[in-house]
Design a binder for this molecule. Sequence first.
Ligand code: ASP
Length: 487
Amino acid sequence: MSVENGAAKAEKAGRKAPEPKKSINLTTWILISLAAGIVVGIACSLWVPSDSPVTEYVINGAFYVLGQWFIRLMQMLVVPLVFCSIVCGAASMSDPKMLGKVGVGTIVLYLCTTALAVFIAIVLAQFTNPGIGLDMSAIVSVEPKATATDQTMADMLINIIPTNIIKAMNDGTMLQIIFFALILGFILGRLGKKVATVNRFFTQFNAVMMHMIGLVLKVAPVGIFCLIARTFSSLGIDGILAMGKFIFTVYLGLLVQLLVVYMLLLFLFTRLNPVQFLRKVLPVMLFAFSTSSSNATIPLNMETLEKKIGVDPKVASFTIPLGATINMDGTAIMQGAAVIFVAQAFGIELSFAALVTVVITAVTASIGTAGVPGVGTIMLAMVFESVGLPAEGVAMIMGIDRLLDMGRTAINVTGDAVVTTCMARATGMLDEGVFKNHDYEAVSEKDLVEFEEPAGYEDFTAHGDPTEIGEGGAPDKFADIEEPVVK
Ligand code: ASP
């Protein structure tokens, strides 16, 4: 049976096809729901008495139930998503061809800059105190887990290794899940085609999880509206001030990472002029800022490094796609600041061991975060879970996510560019003559228009849909394996 759409029917009947309706995208819906939630919440805090039926049936009734459903949907994703994405990330790193001269150094630099990024965010947030003055514990009561409060350093180290991975998944013990997933991923990467079926399973299951995130995000505007309205009906104006302070802390952290960490790293490794370097990568940063996607920025970043900075294509074509997959310093900064923000807002004291756990989980979250918009905030649920912070905090942050996502993606891709330049210099594959040429324009207009912003989580990678391995999707690395023969 053929299905004709309205436009085709209208054309057949000789009428002019109606203009396709412009639909509002998800990001706009989330922003609208955030703004509406704040307005409704503050209006309720000013004019609705706490013992009225509106408070009982709407704010603490419907809003509460819908908000909790949304939070549970997100929590439902955490363990399978984290497990799968870390297995896939680790498998891609252990490809023997990649781990040559450049590979190990690049991975070490990527992980170190990310750890430094979380550290900077945690320290800055201790000064700006974004969550002080907000009393979220009045709205949601949380039982702090042992990990958040009194676990000693020795306990934390011992508990990294699970005694039973099924129990770790059941309890949501993130460090143990990560530990197992990293080992599994590395082994899968090393065995490659010999375990093609298992490799394919994880790649495809990862893609299924990305679709599931897409589904949960479709209901996010409703969930966010309910959560924010209920939150702000208790917090009033203080809530807005705290959100502003949190955004300020994240952007301050991003600036420190860019101007201090990256510029020092660049200067120490390469002696190149940092100002000139920044001017050359500015179009890359702006492109990442406007698309919020490291994956979509891969071609422009590679071209810029090759044609303007002088990096050998052999280096950039390996380090940039790898960086877009495993190196997310901006995302880590948001996560570090978010931990302090939410811990302060809920009145939870974090022990030193808990802060170390945050650094480790944020670094591994960065390996597991896909370079598409918004995934960093979903992975935040894993960081929160590792130290027993409530998922309600993730929902609060999700409301302002796009604002943060733009800035953190710009830093994510700059981190990839800086580490790539350093590695190119260290391995003698940097042509300084190219760098000295003062041309600051974007590489070519084509690179800017060719890659569209991923429409949603369906476009899991810039190179194709991994659910369609080998057929217009990701190349099938395991295509020529021999099928096992069962005798
Ligand atoms: N949008 C980020 C990126 O593509 C990932 C994230 O933090 O959500 O790098």
